[in-house]
Design a protein around this ligand. Structure first.
Ligand code: NAP
Length: 533
């Protein structure tokens, strides 16, 4: 059957852009559909004040473009949203990718036809195109959650979401603001909003673990020196289990790690004197032993007390779940913000939200009147962006229904029952536990080589074997630590932040290097675990 394109790519963030480039290089025709009116994916949508990556700029870029990387100038150690968005636009222009990208077009439905081994893809603009393959470059954190709070839409002031922040920005000057949510997005935006607003109320359901960012402007000559070092930096990145050899720099070179359980309290406090909140985490035993973890949380509380003057606020800022359950946040001035006269923390565990009303937020015992509410309430992670598309595979199987029961994908690359559909950094891959750029590059290259193999060997389809997929799902569980799956851990890694979502640890925690070796071995063994026809 004739197709419109060899491949439809969904999304034009890091993954979609790289996919178009690699597909073109391999001689395939491709069309990327992007629902935003610009490229950038995560870095297009999450333009809230303070948005910044937690990976160093020299590693948060495509690693295989020797010429291009020399042309791009980062200005900061850990770049902010605007600079990353500009970088992705630069890549799109330099590689001439835009002619294969259709903006302001969401994929709404996809149906697999067994007879022709093709996908019929429908879009929000009413188009219907047919392709042999679909690459879902939809991102792990791109399906926003609107919190289930009564009256959300009844508010008469401005309602903003960090993950769909207005393109033109928002001026908080003179405004009374409420921020709901204290995950990475909330924690990053709170200091910036506090500095502008007349008054800020932070509504916190779960406290965060957050470390001061080492971010700074790159010094004179530093970028040139980094550029000269790019080949070594790339080598180290690809040898790192998290796709970043420099991530640990945030731990400020703390390499000597005693056990917290063997260290007297006075000595623990001395480390707080030297390191601040970081002191709670630089112990050998905190990531594996729950008792050690509890000791670290106690120490964390001590460190916060030394920064935050009001004792009740300091107490409320200590998390009730283990350190390591969620990704640690990197902030710029988060805890000191609570010493400002115009900032107040409300602990929603003591005073829950009853509803949103036209004037503001009604708690059990108080009405908080505000002009603006900012929701930093997160995402239906890893599966949400694809579950929201009506995807029907072989025998009319619905992806959303299958993932509701159990969000699984073999190697995070393919789902049984959905031939020739590929998921970039899907559930079951290291993805969000690594530098996303490195994981994306690995997946896109694997997928491009795979469909080249199908073409060169005149094969029509590839599909994950259901048995191999189940075994992989069981294998995933063995890598998650007791802390990552602890009863008190309600992370999005577990899907625990979405009401009704099956609780299971979705990313592969065995490390990127081990994972890549496994992918390579299975591929060399004739795509073991996949069915090729
Ligand atoms: P998040 O980590 O899921 O945080 C959402 C916050 O909203 C949580 O504090 C949550 O509380 C709260 N919340 C949700 N529903 C609520 C409700 N109905 N009432 C009150 N509070 C509610 O989401 P995020 O901050 O957007 O971050 C998601 C991920 O994106 C991060 O983990 C990170 O991987 C990535 N990210 C990275 C960066 C970076 O690298 N610098 C920056 C931003 C985001 P509960 O915990 O109690 O549910």
């Amino acid at each position: 059957m004739d197709t419109d394109f060899d491949v439809v790519v969904i999304g034009a963030g890091f993954a979609g852009l790289y996919a178009i480039h690699k597909l073109r290089e391999a001689g395939f025709t491709a069309r990327a559909y992007e629902k935003g009116d610009g490229v950038g994916g995560t870095w297009f949508w999450n333009r809230y004040p303070g948005a910044r990556v937690d990976i160093q700029s020299c590693e948060y870029m495509f690693t295989k473009f020797a010429e291009l990387e020399q042309e791009w100038d980062w200005t900061e150690l850990m770049p902010a949203q605007g600079e990353i968005e500009r970088y992705l636009n630069f890549v799109a222009d330099r590689l001439d990718l835009r002619r294969d990208i259709q903006l302001e077009t969401a994929v709404t439905a996809m149906t697999y036809d067994d007879a022709s081994a093709t996908w019929a893809v429908e879009t929000s603009t009413g188009e219907r195109v047919v392709s042999k393959y679909v690459i879902a470059a939809t991102g792990c954190l791109s399906a926003p959650i609107e919190p289930a709070i009564d009256g959300l839409r009844s508010f008469s002031g401005d309602t903003l979401f960090t993950n769909r922040f207005p393109k033109e920005g928002y001026d908080f000057t003179g405004k009374r603001v409420a921020v709901v949510g204290t995950g990475s997005s909330g924690v990053q935006s709170i200091p910036v909003i506090a500095a502008q607003a007349a008054h800020l109320t932070v509504l916190q359901r779960s406290a965060a673990y957050s470390l001061p960012s080492p971010n700074r402007k790159l010094n004179d000559g530093e970028l040139a020196a980094l550029k000269a070092e790019y080949p070594e930096i790339r080598k180290a990145q690809w040898e790192s289990p998290i796709g970043s050899a420099r991530f640990g720099a945030v731990f400020q070179g703390q390499i000597e790690l005693p056990n917290i359980l063997d260290t007297p309290w006075e000595e623990q406090l001395q480390r707080v004197d030297a390191l601040g909140v970081l002191a709670a985490f630089v112990w050998n035993d905190v990531r594996t032993d729950i008792e050690a973890n509890r000791a670290a949380v106690r120490l964390y509380g001590e460190a916060i007390k030394r920064i935050v003057h009001d004792p009740e606020t300091a107490e409320d800022l200590v998390p009730h779940y283990p350190f390591g359950c969620k990704r640690i946040i990197i902030d710029e001035g988060y805890y000191p913000t609570y010493n400002r006269d115009n900032v107040r923390l409300v602990n929603l565990r003591k005073h829950p939200i009853e509803k949103v009303v036209p004037q503001g937020i009604q708690l059990d015992d108080e009405l908080i009147e505000v002009d603006v509410i900012v929701y930093a309430t997160g995402f239906d992670a890893m599966t949400g962006s694809l579950s929201r598309i009506d995807i029907r595979g072989r025998d009319d199987r619905r992806l959303a229904a299958e993932w509701k029961e159990s969000p699984r994908a073999y190697l995070g690359l393919q789902v049984a029952g959905f031939p020739n559909l590929f998921t970039v950094t899907g559930p079951g891959s290291p993805s969000v536990l690594t530098n996303m750029v490195t994981s994306i590059e690995h997946h896109v290259e694997w997928i491009t080589e795979c469909i080249s193999h199908l073409r060169d060997n005149e094969l029509r389809t590839i599909e994950a074997d259901a048995g191999a997929q189940d075994e992989w799902a069981d294998h995933l569980i063995t890598h998650a630590t007791p802390i990552q799956v602890h009863d008190t851990c309600n992370s999005w890694y577990l899907g625990a932040n979405v009401p009704g979502k099956t609780r299971t640890y979705m990313p592969y925690a065995g490390g990127l290097t081990v994972y890549m070796e496994q992918c390579a071995e299975l591929t060399a063994a004739g795509y073991k675990g996949f069915v090729l026809a």
